[in-house]
Each structure stands twice: as C-alpha cells, then as structure tokens.
Design a protein around this ligand. Structure first.
Ligand code: NAG
Ligand code: NAG
Length: 501
C-alpha cells in the first residue's frame, strides 16, 4: 500500500516534470529572429509584377490615377473645386483637381473618383447629360466605358451610362451627348489620357482577375512547408505573416477579395510547429486603409480608416484571429495594425483602437504578445510608450529602412552603416524603458539608399543591421522572405552569401 502511494507520487512528480518541460518547450525564446512572409496573403505587386500579367487592361486597375486632356481644346478635364459641382475643360496644366482615381467595374468600365472623393456622373441621377462630380455612392449613372484607340491606347473616348460619348462643347460645358466616332484632333470626344500612377495590391489583383481564379494559385505555391524547413535550418525561429481583414470572412469574403487565406495561415501555423518556429500574425491591411499604401489593400489610395465603426470592424477581425490561434503552440504575437499613418490616423484614435484590440486578445490569452506598430509619417517614436507601459506582454514595433528619403541617397556606404550604429541604435534604446514594452524591428531590408554598391557593401550593411537590431528586446523581422528584387529577399541573400544570420 505504502509503496503504491509512493509510486503514485513518483508518477505525479514525473508527469508534472514532463508537463513543465513541454511548457518550457512552448515558451518563446526572445529575441526572435524572423522574416516577413510578405506578398503571400497580402499582395504587393512591386515584389512580383508578373502576378498581374494575365489581367486585361492591366494598366487600368482600381486606384490608377488618370488625367484627360481634350484633343480639340488642349485643356484638361477638371471637376470644378476638386469635386462637388460641374466638370469643366479649361485647365491648361494638370495637377490634383485634374486627376481622377479609377474604380474598376470590369476591364473597360470604371467610376472616376475626384480629388474631393465625389464620383463623376450625369446630372440629376442620370436624367440629364451634363457632367458633374456630386455622388458619394457610385451607381449606374457614374459608370463610364473607356474606349481605347487600337494604335494608341492612351488616346481614348469615354462613353457614359446613356450610351453616348463625352464631349467638350466649350471649356465650361462638358456633356455626354456625342454620337460621332472619329479619332481626329478636332473631334470634341477625343481625349489624351495620362496615367499618373498605379496601385498594385490585393484589391487590384482580386478585382482585376476573374474572382474564380484570382490569387489562389499564388497562395498555394508561393510559400510551402519547404520554406519553413529552409528558414529554420538557416537560423530563423519565427515568421511575421502579413494578413488582410478579409481573412475573418473566409471562405466567402466581401467582393472582390478571394477566400483561401485562412487555410494558408492555418498551414503556416502547422508548418511552424513542425519546424520549431513561432508565428507573429500581422494585421497588415484593415478595412478603409490605415495608410493609403497598396499593401493596405486600399481600393484607390485614399486613407479612410478611423471612424468608430472602422475600429469596431477591425477589433472584430482581431477577435476572430485571437479566438482561433490564442492556444496554438506556435503563436508568438498578434500585431494589431501595420503602419498606421500620421496624421490621417491620429494618436488618440490609434490608442483607442490599440486598447480595444489588446483587451480582445486578452479575452483569450494572457501569454501571447500584442504588437503595437508605431505610426509612420510625422510622429514621435516614443508616443506609445506611456500607454504601452500600462499593458502586459506588449511590444512596440518600428520599421527601419535607409530608403524613401533623399538623405540616404546622399550618404555613402559607410555613412549609411554609421547611421545604423548611431541613429538607429539610439532610437532603439530610447524605446527600452524600465517596465515598458519590448521593442521589435518588424521590417528592415538589405537595400539602402547609396546608389552604387558592391556585394561587400551589402554584406557590411546587413551585418551592421543584424548587430544593432539584434538588441531589440522582442527581436527583428527582415522584409521579406521572397521578392523579385534580390536585396529584399532573405532567401536570395542567404543563398548568395549576402547575409549570415
Ligand atoms: C474654368 O471655368 C470655371 C467655371 O466657369 C471658372 O470658375 C474657372 O475660373 C475657370 N478656370 C480657368 C483656369 O479658366
Ligand atoms: C462592363 O460593365 C458595364 C457596366 O455594367 C457593362 O455594360 C459591360 O457590358 C461590361 N463589359 C464587359 C466586357 O464585361
């Protein structure tokens, strides 16, 4: 009997050892060395332009900015005052008011969104034929077909919903009532179209392709378990995975988004576990767009996230993710929002959202870290510290690129390296306050501003970054794992000996 009790005690002791051992195995080893699985579940066209090759009229996607110059008058179409009233054609040069953002209906039909965000259409809800820009909600009378000239695709005529072509009758009268069909310079319905800029993100690719085929193959092939094997055997212990808000509505997200990213994320968690790695979920694209960039899955580049209902929608996405992955042994952290942009996203709005997002994650787990991304744009890099100090297991995330500013171009290689050792290093240590949040360099790359560089220059620059960003208390994540631009691909850099982790 006594022996039996003893054996039971021994067994209990043994089991509790196993249990705490397995807990220890699940504990997160900081700092993380991770890489972003960018351009996988949230498309960024610049990283692999060929993804867009099969789209008809692929230069006229959602968010493409265009200007129209009347061939006859040699004046630009312009919603007077930038929108809110009639269209005129009396501007001899084009800038913001004379620029329209496309919303693509199909390969040849579009809405034109003005500077003030109203859509161009026919007056009186389509009863008249004078062009105005007054609708906030495009309907049939805001649809326009762009007919391109076979010989010169930037010579166009524009057919309105009434079936007739736009014409510039005078500089101040633009109507849709033209029935001629020449391409002559004196034809008042002919326009020279200038494409000012394009956006190539998830919205554009999904809405550009037939929804049946958009993005699916890419998701299944771009990242596979072999990549997790490669990453873990090369010294990485985590991945940061950018995802979009529509994942919460999988498998039938709102148009034009395409289902399937949830299965891909599930796979990534399994592959991470198989290879002893952790996952940082990064909510990269929120409904309304927190920064207007293509990687926020914006339709037209306007930054419109921030209303109370936007906050609620985004918290609902966090709730979905936390409920699903909180107890997954591979979960390291949930990032509430990538790169909110100041001043469009105010600090007050952001903190209100971060507090609600944090509370939501904490309903499901006290262990998982919650990542709070610093704002881009004009903002103090320490602005989240006091707020974050009131929370537990939180991380403040910064992105360090020696790019996107003329100053890095003007620096030579050594000056860029010195910048890492001095400026970045001191910025990072300023984020480390006693009892404060952990710090995370959530994006950085092998590319930098100096125009001409050798392989050795790149190696030294990468080494400096590893050295300094290695002091971030939560860790770092390189952008990205794969990219057509080699210095943005950690896989390529490892394989070609540009970086040693
Ligand atoms: C264009 O026409 C509008 C409407 O008549 C007028 O208010 C505006 O001043 C004109 N602009 C130019 C540059 O002629
Ligand atoms: C595009 O949409 C317009 C407006 O809904 C429609 O009239 C037209 O037939 C469509 N064209 C194609 C090629 O699907």
């Amino acid at each position: 009997m006594a022996n039996f009790v003893f054996l039971n005690l021994l067994l209990a002791f043994y089991l509790s050892c196993i249990f705490s051992l397995s807990n220890a195995q699940n504990a997160i080893q900081l700092p993380l060395k991770s890489v972003n699985l960018g351009n996988w579940l949230v498309i960024e066209g610049w990283m692999k332009p060929s993804l867009f090759d099969g789209i008809p009229n692929k230069d006229l996607l959602d968010g493409t900015q265009v200007q129209f110059k009347s061939a006859k008058l040699q004046k630009y179409l312009c919603p007077e005052n930038g929108g809110g009233t009639v269209l005129v054609a009396n501007r001899s040069s084009a800038s913001s008011w004379e620029t329209f953002r496309l919303w693509r209906i199909n390969e040849s039909s579009f809405n034109f969104r003005s500077f003030n965000k109203q859509f161009v259409g026919l007056e009186n809800q389509g009863q008249g034929n004078t062009l105005v820009a007054v609708s906030n909600d495009p309907g049939n009378s805001e649809n326009f077909q762009i007919v391109r000239n076979d010989a010169d695709p930037n010579r166009v005529r524009i057919r309105a919903a009434n079936g007739l072509f736009l014409q510039t009758q005078t500089e101040t009268l633009v109507t849709a009532n033209y029935e001629g069909s020449t391409w002559d310079d004196n034809d008042p319905s002919v326009f020279e179209m200038t494409i000012v800029s394009t956006i190539r993100g998830e919205y554009q690719i999904s809405n550009g392709y037939d929804p049946e085929r958009a993005s699916q193959d890419h998701r299944n092939t771009y990242i596979t378990e072999e990549d997790f094997s490669f990453m873990s055997s090369n010294g990485l212990n985590a991945v940061r995975i950018p995802i979009g808000w529509w994942i919460a509505y999988d498998p039938t997200p709102p148009t034009p988004f395409v289902g399937g990213s949830l299965q891909a994320l599930d796979n990534a968690f399994q592959w991470a576990q198989n290879h002893g790695m952790k996952v940082i979920i990064d909510l990269h694209a929120v409904q309304g767009s927190q920064n207007g960039n293509e990687h926020s899955a914006t339709r037209d580049g306007f930054q419109e996230w921030g209303s109370d209902s936007d906050i609620q929608d985004t918290v609902a996405v966090i709730d979905f993710l936390a409920a699903r992955y909180a107890n997954n042994p591979s979960l390291a952290a949930i990032g509430l929002m990538n790169e909110p942009m100041s001043p469009g996203v105010t600090l007050e709005t952001l903190i209100r959202y971060y507090q609600m997002g944090y509370n939501t994650v904490r309903k499901y787990t006290s262990n998982a870290y919650v990542v709070l991304s610093n704002r881009l744009g004009p903002a103090n890099s320490k602005e989240l510290l006091s707020f974050a100090g009131s929370l537990s297991n939180v991380v403040v995330e910064v992105h360090y690129y020696n790019l996107y500013s003329e100053s890095y171009r003007r620096m030579d290689v050594q000056q860029n390296i010195n910048f890492i050792y001095h400026q970045r290093s001191s910025d990072l240590s300023a984020l480390s306050v006693p009892n404060g949040p952990l710090s995370f360099v959530g994006e950085w790359s092998g590319e930098f501003g100096t125009p001409v560089k050798s392989k050795e220059d790149y190696q030294r620059f990468a080494e400096a970054q590893l050295d300094v960003y290695g002091r971030a208390t939560f860790g770092w994540a390189f952008w990205a794992y794969k990219c057509d631009a080699n210095l943005w691909s950690l896989k390529w850099m490892i394989e070609n000996n540009y970086i040693t982790l």
